[in-house]
Design a protein around this ligand. Sequence first.
Ligand SMILES: NC(=O)c1ccc[n+]([C@@H]2O[C@H](COP(=O)([O-])OP(=O)(O)OC[C@H]3O[C@@H](n4cnc5c(N)ncnc54)[C@H](OP(=O)(O)O)[C@@H]3O)[C@@H](O)[C@H]2O)c1
Length: 213
Amino acid sequence: MAVRVDLNISLDGFATTADQTPENPMGEDWSRLVATYVSTRTFRARVLHDPTGEGTTGVDDRYAEAYFAQVGAEIMGAGMFGFHAHPNDPDWRGWWGDEPPFRVPVFVLTHTPRPSIEMAGGTTFQFLSATPAEALDRALEAAGGLDVRVGGGPTVVREFLKAGLVDQLHIAITPILLGGGIRLWDDLRGLESGYEVTVEAAPSGATHLTFRR
Ligand SMILES: NC(=O)c1ccc[n+]([C@@H]2O[C@H](COP(=O)([O-])OP(=O)(O)OC[C@H]3O[C@@H](n4cnc5c(N)ncnc54)[C@H](OP(=O)(O)O)[C@@H]3O)[C@@H](O)[C@H]2O)c1
C-alpha cells in the first residue's frame, strides 16, 4: 500500500491556471495543461464515459491507467471538489457528474464540512476538517489495504508533501509556460532526498517524473 500523488504541471511548475474570466470560466490554459492526459484512451473511457475506445495509447495512457489502478480511497481539497468555485451552492456535488471516476470513498478536506454524498458507481464524498495525518488515517482505514491517492489540488498536495506523507509522486510536466497559478514546488527544498527519481519522456512532449520512496 502506498500514498500516491499524480499531478499535471507546467514547465514553470504551476498546477493551476490563472486565465479564467466570467466569459470563459475554465480559461484556455487549463485544457493546454492537461491535454495529453485528457486525450488518453483511459481518461476518455473512465472520466468522460466515452464507449468508443478512442484516445491515445502509449506512454501517457500507461500513466493514466496506473492513475486509477490499485486506489482504495482518495483525498482531495475543497478547491478540487469545487467548493471555492461554487461557494453558495448547497447542492454542489463536484465536477465529475453523476458517476464520478473515483469509484472509492473520497475524503474532501474542508473547513466547512457537510453531510456525505453517495454517487453512482461506488464514489462516496465525505467531508472533513482534519490534519493531513488524520485524514490519511481515515482514508487508509477505508482503502482496505489498497493505495490512497491525494488527488489535489496543489494546496492539499503541498500539505501532504510537507508532512512527509507521500510515498510516490508522479508529475506529468507539460511543455508550456503559464506564468501564474499555484506552484507545486515552492518551499519544498530538499524534497527529493529519500526518494528515487525516475523520468520518462512521452512522444506527446510530456515528461513523466516519478519520486518513489
Ligand atoms: N494540475 C493537476 O493535475 C490538478 C489536479 C487536481 C486539481 N487541480 C486544480 O487544482 C485547483 C484546486 O487546487 P487548490 O490548491 O486551489 O485547492 P485544493 O488543494 O483543492 O483545496 C484547498 C482547500 O482545501 C481546504 N483544506 C485544505 N487543507 C485542509 C485541512 N487540513 N482541513 C480542512 N480544510 C482544508 C481549504 O479550503 P476551505 O478553507 O475553503 O475549506 C483549502 O483552501 C482546481 O482548479 C483544480 O482544477 C489540478
